[in-house]
Design a protein around this ligand. Structure first.
Ligand SMILES: NC(=O)c1ccc[n+]([C@@H]2O[C@H](COP(=O)([O-])OP(=O)(O)OC[C@H]3O[C@@H](n4cnc5c(N)ncnc54)[C@H](OP(=O)(O)O)[C@@H]3O)[C@@H](O)[C@H]2O)c1
Length: 308
C-alpha cells in the first residue's frame, strides 16, 4: 500500500480508502472479512455516512469490527453527516450535527471518530452553527479532524470564515467516466461541448491551492451508481486501453482505472466500494502502477474525450 500525510490532517494514511456504503448487504461475518481483507492489503482508512443503509452500514461495521482482529488505534474511521433522508432534506444545524455524530458513534460502537465530513450542502446552513458544533465535537474528543464533501469553493470559503478547525478533505465524484472535475479546464470556452461548462467553480484547483485533500468517490462507476464501467461493452475504446495497460503492468484493468486517479498531481485518496475481496485486491494493485504522462492522456481520451 502507498501511504500519505494529509496536510493539517491525519498522517500515514493509505491512499486507498475502504468505503462502507455497500456494507449493509453483508452479514456481520462477511463485514468482518471485508475489514480484515482491507487491513491485510494495507488500508487503514474506512469511510461511512449516517445515510448508508439508513445507518445499517455503521451498525454492521460496529458489530463486525471486534471480530476482524483489527485494532482501533491502527485505523482511521471517517463518517459523514448532514443528510436526512427521512425528512427529505440536508441539515447542518448545530443539533443535527451533534445528534448525527452521537448516532454514528453509537452504531460504530466507538467513542471517537477520526474524521467528520459534512456530506452535502445544506442550502440554508448557518456557518456559526457549524462552527459551534465543530468546537463542541473537538472539545469533547469525539472528532479529531473535519472536512466536507461535494462542496464548491465559495461555500468552503464561507465555512472557513467561521470554522476555526482546518477543513482537510473534500470528497468528490471522480472516475474516468465521470471526470467533470477535470473536464471543464480542458475545454475552457469551447462552445462545441458541454464538457466546457464549469459545474463546480474550479473545485479541483481550489482544493489544491488550499491544501484540501480530495477523496474521489465512485471511481469505477458510470453515471450515478449505474454500474462498473470496467468490462462494460458500452465503453469499448476505454476497455481496450485499460486492457492494453493492464497487460503491460501485469495488473487487472481496475487497477489501471484507479492508477489514472492516483497519477493526478492533486495527490488524492481514492474510495473503493468493493465488498468482494478479489475486487479490492485488484483495486489496490493500482499503487504498483505509475502511469506515464502519455498513458494518462491516452486513458482520458479513450474515455470519450477529444483534444480541443
Ligand atoms: N460523498 C459522497 O457523496 C459519496 C457518494 C457515493 C459514494 N461515496 C463513498 O465512496 C465509496 C465508493 O463508492 P462506490 O461503491 O460507488 O465505488 P466503486 O468502487 O466505484 O464501485 C464499487 C462497486 O462496483 C462493483 N464492481 C463491479 N466490478 C468490479 C471490479 N472489477 N472491481 C471493483 N469493483 C467492482 C463492486 O462490487 P463488489 O462489491 O461485488 O466488489 C461494488 O458494487 C462508498 O463506499 C462511499 O464510502 C461517497
Amino acid at each position: 500500500m502507498k501511504m500519505m500525510n494529509v496536510v493539517n490532517g491525519p498522517q500515514n494514511v493509505s491512499v486507498i480508502i475502504q468505503g462502507c456504503m455497500r456494507m449493509p448487504a453483508l452479514t456481520v461475518d462477511e463485514a468482518a472479512e471485508v475489514i480484515r481483507n482491507a487491513a491485510e492489503l494495507g488500508i487503514n482508512f474506512f469511510d461511512h455516512a449516517t445515510v448508508y443503509g439508513h445507518g445499517d452500514a455503521e451498525t454492521r461495521f460496529g458489530d463486525a469490527f471486534p471480530k476482524s482482529g483489527v485494532k482501533r488505534e491502527d485505523v482511521f474511521i471517517q463518517s459523514k453527516c448532514g443528510i436526512n433522508n427521512e425528512r427529505g432534506e440536508f441539515d447542518w444545524t448545530y443539533e443535527n450535527i451533534l445528534d448525527a455524530v452521537d448516532g454514528s458513534l453509537q452504531r460504530l460502537k466507538m467513542d471517537y471518530m477520526d474524521v467528520l465530513l459534512l456530506h452535502r450542502p445544506d442550502l440554508i446552513f448557518e456557518p456559526e452553527e457549524v462552527a459551534a458544533a465543530f468546537d463542541k465535537l473537538e472539545e469533547s474528543g469525539k472528532v479529531r479532524w473535519f472536512g466536507v464533501s461535494n462542496l464548491p469553493p465559495m461555500q468552503i470559503e464561507l465555512l472557513k470564515k467561521y470554522v476555526k478547525q482546518p477543513l482537510v478533505f473534500n470528497q468528490l465524484q471522480l472516475s474516468l467516466e465521470q471526470s467533470q472535475l477535470i473536464d471543464q479546464t480542458f475545454y475552457l470556452n469551447n462552445l462545441t461541448t458541454e464538457r466546457s461548462i464549469d459545474r463546480d467553480n474550479g473545485t479541483l484547483d481550489y482544493c489544491r491551492l488550499h491544501d484540501i485533500t480530495i477523496q474521489a468517490w465512485s471511481p469505477l462507476q458510470k453515471g450515478f451508481f449505474q454500474g462498473c464501467f470496467v468490462d462494460d461493452p458500452e465503453f469499448p475504446e476505454l476497455n481496450a486501453v485499460l486492457g492494453k495497460l493492464a497487460e503491460k503492468y501485469g495488473v487487472a484493468k481496475t487497477a489501471i482505472a484507479i492508477a489514472w486517479i492516483l497519477r493526478h498531481p492533486a495527490k488524492m485518496q481514492v474510495l473503493a466500494g468493493a465488498m468482494n475481496p478479489a475486487h479490492l485486491r485488484d483495486f489496490c494493485d493500482a499503487v504498483k502502477v505509475e502511469l506515464t504522462h502519455h498513458e494518462w492522456y491516452e486513458l482520458y481520451i479513450a474515455s470519450g474525450k477529444f483534444l480541443p
